[in-house]
Write a protein that binds this ligand. Structure first.
Ligand code: DGT
Ligand code: CA
Ligand code: CA
Length: 574
């Protein structure tokens, strides 16, 4: 396996970190860091340079000693200096360095002053209040450490769907370049659009003689190869993400895709159905008495058990098989069904772009209307609008709408729901807006009863139209607040207001199960980008994925309505 510049840079940085923890000579530490930077910015692989007989000491920050180390790493894949350091220091120290907020300086202090060299020891020390006494730490830092370490442990190595997409798209494109590859699909939870993903399951369609597996392990991002065969391999990327790759031939592609898309619970039920018909389903096809009867396409697999095609987002064994049997599968909403977006911010508060730039970007994405919904005054960190600034913005929107073609800006606000359920701006101004989004941005820890009452009261407000990010979680970072969501959904129906499905990759809030409930109760959901820049409109696709997991059809989604219909719906009648 060839060594890339980034691998060598990572080794040098590890050496620098560990030396720093040992309070080694600062010049020596800096030399390693400078060399790492040089390597990361180099246009050419040092391995190639060495092979071409080039002198590495000509590179900035690389002296004789470091050049020799680079040669050692290129030749052997190892570095004795790092190996020695690893032997000397506890392995937990490297893990401590990975906890957000802990650099080598802090880890060094924790190690020398409190003899902490594992995350567990750090956790106990923080919980017992021993960290705050260290110079340069304090109570706040101790609290942060506690939170970060909890998140570090809980994370359980799942990653957000949008993050997974960055790795998946790049690797997908890379694998397509191998000879003999005709198709690459990322299956598993990724294809089902789960909001977080445990690992990537990639299916490659290629002939017997394709070198795709050798190609895979040469991928720049591969840090570790756990197993490699001709048809299956598992690797770990530098980010820590695991990737399972299967190679199948064209004949089995449908059956394999179906199998590796899952979910496991769904697959098990389908196999039971097959057994009742005297069929056997596996990743190679559908078989009857050893004879293959289907498997070229996913539809053929489902067809063999008498079912119509079931979209991947539905395959969770949550009633989709029964619905398919009854011919009652939902006709799931698609990105192209969205006619507008009802939640966006501009430079006036914490967004990055102007009103006009946001409007034009929305139009470019095929939208006909965009609601501008800045934060309200209470949210000072976001530079929230007071009445005066909001009225100013409303005037600007009127002026812009005179000149804009093909897109209409709507006047809105994302108003804070105060602790007692009042809204953060006076009725007079709220009544002049096209829509009022209410949001909880504070007091996340109220009791279930009080949190629920707070939101129900806000919805009683005559101008309230839409509840923003109803659960309030941040994926893998902050748990949802405790609230009676079924009650809120019923209340929305009684009051004629709506719930948001916030498409921001950090949120994906409303949860799919509550989308299903809202649909049953007849409460429309608005799939909103919560865009803070022109690029964020692309996130609508993630919102649509989540909506599909929640069985939503076009008719269940508020912002599939044309503008004139929408205007009617936004007027509260109750
Ligand atoms: P994840 O990675 O935790 O986000 O979730 P998945 O659904 O991607 O799960 P993963 O990666 O363990 O497996 C990928 C798919 O492979 C899974 O959705 C269904 C299929 N699969 C894996 N193990 C089994 C199994 O034991 N039985 C069956 N029927 N299918 C399996
Ligand atoms: Ca997976
Ligand atoms: Ca897997």
């Amino acid at each position: 396996m060839p060594i890339h510049n980034a691998d060598i840079a990572a080794i040098f940085e590890q050496i620098a970190d560990l030396l720093e923890i040992e309070n080694d000579n600062p010049f020596r530490i800096r030399a390693y860091r400078n060399a790492a930077r040089t390597l990361r910015n180099l246009g050419q692989d040092v391995g190639d340079m060495l092979a071409g007989g080039k002198d590495l000491t000509k590179l900035p920050g690389i002296g004789k000693d470091l050049a020799a180390k680079i040669e050692e790493i290129v030749a052997t894949g190892r570095c004795r200096t790092l190996d020695k350091l690893h032997k000397r220091t506890s392995p937990g120290l490297s893990e401590l360095l990975r906890i957000p907020g802990l650099g080598p300086k802090r880890v060094s202090a924790l190690y020398h002053e409190l003899d902490i060299h594992t995350p567990e020891q750090l956790y106990r020390a923080a919980r017992d209040g021993r960290i705050r006494a260290l110079p340069g730490f304090g109570e706040k830092t101790e609290q942060h450490i506690l939170e970060n370490i909890e998140a570090h442990v809980q994370k359980d190595s799942r990653i957000k769907l949008a993050t997974a997409a960055q790795y998946a798209r790049a690797l997908e494109a890379y694998l397509r370049q191998a000879a003999g590859v005709s198709q690459v699909t990322v299956a598993g939870s990724y294809r089902r659009c789960r909001e977080t993903v445990g690992d990537l399951d990639i299916l490659v369609c290629a002939g017997n003689d394709s070198p795709v597996m050798d190609h895979l392990i040469l991928y720049d991002e591969v840090a570790q190869v756990l197993s490699q065969g001709r048809t299956r391999a598992t690797v770990i990327l530098r980010s820590g993400l695991q990737v399972d790759v299967r190679v199948v031939d064209k004949k089995n592609y449908g059956a394999a895709l179906y199998y590796f898309t899952g979910s496991k619970a769904h697959n098990i039920e389908i196999r039971k159905l097959a057994r009742k018909r005297g069929l056997k389903i596996n990743e190679y096809g559908v078989f009857q008495n050893g004879r293959r009867v289907a498997g070229d396409t996913e539809a053929s697999v489902l067809g063999a058990v008498g079912l119509p095609y079931i979209a991947p987002e539905l395959r969770e064994n949550r009633g989709e098989i029964e619905a398919a049997q009854a011919g009652m599968l939902p006709q799931l909403v698609e990105r192209g069904d969205l006619k507008g977006d009802l939640h966006a911010h501009t430079k006036a508060t914490d967004g990055h772009d102007t009103l006009k730039a946001m409007a034009l970007a929305a139009r470019e994405r095929g939208l006909e209307y965009l609601a501008v919904t800045e934060h309200s005054r209470r949210l000072t960190v976001a530079h929230g609008l007071d009445q005066r600034r909001l009225l100013q913005q409303m005037e600007q929107i009127d002026e812009l709408n005179e000149t804009l073609r093909g897109i209409t800006l709507l006047k809105g606000i994302e108003v804070d729901i105060l602790e007692d359920g009042r809204l953060d701006l006076p009725d007079a101004v709220l009544g002049r807006l096209d829509l009022v989004i209410g949001a909880v941005h504070s007091k996340f820890h109220l009791s279930r009863a009080r949190q629920t009452r707070r939101i129900l009261r806000a919805m009683d407000h005559p101008h309230f139209t839409l509840l923003a990010h109803p659960s309030g979680h941040l994926l893998l970072e902050r748990a949802p607040y405790d609230v009676d969501m079924p009650r809120i959904i019923r209340h929305a129906r009684e009051r004629g207001c709506f719930l948001e499905l916030n498409a921001h990759p950090m949120r994906l809030d409303l949860l799919d199960s509550y989308c299903m409930l809202a649909r049953e109760e007849g409460v429309l959901i608005s799939i909103n980008s919560d865009a803070h820049s022109t690029m964020d409109f692309d996130n609508l696709a993630y919102g649509v994925g989540q909506a599909r997991r929640g069985w939503l059809e076009k008719k269940d989604v508020l912002n599939t309505r044309p503008l004139e219909v929408l205007r009617g719906l936004l007027k509260r009648t109750m």
